[in-house]
Design a protein around this ligand. Structure first.
Ligand SMILES: C[S@@+](CC[C@H](N)C(=O)[O-])C[C@H]1O[C@@H](n2cnc3c(N)ncnc32)[C@H](O)[C@@H]1O
Length: 285
């Protein structure tokens, strides 16, 4: 026990030294997570020791994560093929996978209770694993700047937050960047659970830290189970009402007011400006 605590203390010291070193090396390059945010995540990894670490979004911090989690498995999911190619060329040892998000940010309210539409197609080696630590810092959810750059809305982090809740190991840690934005806030509250939020790091953005319950059923799975149950009861009701058996999409069922945990600001309705409020500079996410 004592030996374990000493090992942890040493690991933390090494990481505390590593973060400023890497940050300094990246000076002039666009590091999107700030040093205090990096440190909070590194401290969690230090406490765990080499573990399974899944990251949504590649950035200039990626090589740091692979080093901090040396001896463990660190995997990155990225949707921009050209960006992935660039990072992979600079750091060929990183395990990266190209993924697709079928959503657009504007759909966030409609999709909040639609687990089936939030599920992603992931590589088997990622889907089959339960991840001790998950960092959600992708895909892009900054509306105005993404529109200006690409002429369309960004995908938003609806799917990555949903998947984080399914892929995270029982008792696992999930970090959500940009959690001051309504979409991240609403999806993190719905699928990770506000009661599981154990800490915040405030910088230019908000990094929220969630600890998943030890019990194996995630909120996403519970959501589906409740939806399936309501679906079953509902179709029985329909059968008795008009003698027909009709199927309903979970999306429709999800509109049940008691199951929606939309924070106040979202319930009021958000303007596009609020949704992706902080512009994406290559230097802010
Ligand atoms: C908000 S960034 C965060 C990445 C990382 N955690 C960081 O702090 O640098 C997430 C997404 O932005 C996009 N992105 C970030 N930097 C980029 C760059 N220099 N060029 C193109 N896309 C970039 C990628 O699609 C990436 O998945």
């Amino acid at each position: 026990m004592k030996l374990l605590a000493t090992a942890r203390r040493w690991r933390r010291r090494v990481f505390d030294g590593l973060v400023p070193l890497v940050a300094a090396k990246l000076k002039g390059e666009p590091m999107l997570l700030e040093a205090k945010e990096l440190r909070a995540i590194a401290a969690c990894l230090a406490d765990r020791g080499p573990c399974r670490f899944l990251i949504f979004g590649l950035g200039h911090d990626s090589a740091l994560w692979a080093r901090v989690n040396a001896g463990g498995r660190t995997v990155f999911l990225e949707d921009q093929a050209s960006w992935r190619a660039k990072v992979a060329a600079a750091h060929p040892a990183l395990e990266t996978h190209l993924v697709t998000y079928a959503t657009r940010l504007g759909q966030w309210e409609a999709l909040l209770e639609s687990p089936r539409q939030l599920a992603m197609t992931l590589p088997e080696t990622v889907a089959a694993e339960r991840w001790d630590v998950v960092l959600v810092d992708g895909p892009r959810g900054d509306l105005e700047s993404f529109r200006a750059e690409h002429g369309i809305d960004p995908p938003g982090r609806m799917c990555s937050l949903f998947e984080a809740s399914r892929l995270g190991a029982p008792g696992g840690d999930v970090f959500v960047h940009d959690c001051e934005r309504p979409v991240e806030r609403a999806y993190a509250a719905r699928y990770l659970g506000e009661h599981n939020r154990v800490g915040d790091v405030r910088g230019r953005a908000l990094l929220a830290h969630y600890r998943l319950p030890e019990a194996s059923q995630s909120l996403a799975e519970k959501g589906s189970a409740v939806a399936a149950c309501v679906l079953c009861l509902h179709s029985r009701h329909l059968r008795t009402v008009d003698g027909l058996s009709r199927g309903r999409e979970p999306a429709v069922l999800g509109n049940h007011p008691r199951r929606r945990q939309v924070p106040r600001a979202n319930a009021r309705g958000s303007s596009p400006r609020e949704i992706g409020d902080r512009p994406f500079r290559r230097g802010s996410s």
